[in-house]
Design a protein around this ligand. Structure first.
Ligand SMILES: O=P(O)(O)OC[C@H]1O[C@@H](O)[C@H](O)[C@@H](O)[C@@H]1O
Length: 354
């Protein structure tokens, strides 16, 4: 096992301009910067050599980093085999993970968001909405966005702030022949302004020949307890008329249609849940494995540990331009996770083609 330690998102702490107030809840925009805490942007050139002998470089706006943390940033840092950094949409840094068996995944540091997963057959099983923007003014709408520390609706912005900020790279390497990257997110003055707790989140992404696994660990680094709700808001490519999810029969449901703030309780009676119109429904105590048939000929197993709940979502005509092309099957923790100081919470999700 070989891990290369590197970190560069401390240099990527550029914050998006604030959105107009009317958008702030719906679009998850960020609160105003804390006066005096953020410096003016500069430009940096990052050159990264990979062990597979290719070298990529790109420039991006940065804010002057905290000097103590800047010492940990090394130009020309080595990436593990199977991981290279590229310039993604909107010039945002994007990690491309590959395996010798031909599978590939893409991971943006902004939002810690996996935007693409192609098993060895080459089809992308994830979906990024055509209205997605890559300018840090909004979260990336597609792939596997994080909802943390709030699933919502609630006091914070919709789905929390973790999908709106830069994560850093903690580790990468080849483990048992699989390509692994671990991202890290810690509290900073910016998150403290929204949620005043010291925390660390580690998000490990493991790419295998036929699966994409993630492990999320949330650690309470504070001296006081905190609670959160969370989800992996996975957008799957689909033909919505043919897509079904199996495994939910018997679950208690909270139907967020028509009013997300007053969901209607029920019980799922169907073997195969489909998406005939607007679907926005929470399934409590969902099983550890669900099966998605995406209507495009793929069957995907969605296994989890510790993600106790699931959410099915398709916006139907609310997103007329793209609703036919995806369904969201989200592993979630709808009830609050309560962590005392130094306690942690871990949950895994494994997507596999079957
Ligand atoms: O923020 P996004 O990606 O547009 O997703 C919004 C949807 O996310 C779902 O998880 C919620 O259940 C919906 O109520 C919500 O509308």
């Amino acid at each position: 096992m070989k891990f290369n330690l590197f970190e560069f998102s401390d240099c990527l702490s550029a914050r998006p301009p604030n959105c107009p107030p009317k958008d702030s809840t719906r679009l998850g925009c960020l609160p105003p910067p804390i006066p005096g805490k953020l410096s003016q942007p500069a430009m940096a050139i990052l050159s990264i050599s990979t062990t597979s002998s290719s070298t990529s470089s790109f420039s991006f706006p940065i804010h002057k980093p905290n000097p103590r943390r800047f010492n940990r940033y090394r130009i020309g840092m080595a990436f593990a085999s199977g991981v290279r950094v590229t310039e993604g949409e909107g010039k945002l840094p994007k990690l491309v993970l590959t395996t010798p068996t031909g599978s590939e995944a893409e991971l943006y540091l902004f939002g810690g968001c996996v935007t693409s997963w192609k098993p060895a057959n080459g089809k992308d099983l994830l979906f990024v909405r055509p209205d997605a923007v890559f300018n840090k003014k909004k979260p990336i709408s597609g792939g596997i966005p994080h909802c943390f520390p709030q699933f919502g609706p609630g006091e914070l912005q919709q789905h929390g702030f973790a999908r709106n900020v830069d994560w850093s790279v903690a580790e990468s390497g080849i483990v048992d022949g699989n390509t692994v990257v671990t991202l890290e997110l810690k509290d900073d003055p910016y998150s403290r302004a929204m949620w005043d707790f010291s925390f660390k989140a580690l998000y490990k992404v493991i790419l295998k020949e036929k699966s994409l696994a993630t492990e999320l660990v949330v650690i309470n680094n504070d001296t006081k307890p905190f609670s959160f709700t969370t989800a992996l808001h996975t957008y799957f490519s689909a033909s919505v008329t043919g897509a079904v999810v199996k495994g939910l029969k018997g679950c208690k449901t909270l139907n967020k249609d028509p009013d997300p703030k007053n969901p209607i309780e029920g019980t799922e009676y169907r073997e195969a849940v489909n998406f005939p119109g607007l679907v926005d429904c929470i399934y409590l105590n969902a099983p550890s494995e669900l099966f998605l048939e995406n209507g495009l000929g793929d069957a995907i197993s969605i296994r989890n540990t510790n993600w106790s709940d699931a959410v099915m979502w398709n916006p139907h005509l609310q997103m007329e331009a793209c609703y036919k092309d995806f369904v969201c099957v989200e592993n979630a923790k709808i009830g609050k996770v309560h962590l005392e100081p130094d306690q942690s919470w871990t949950a895994t999700q494994t997507l596999s083609i079957v």
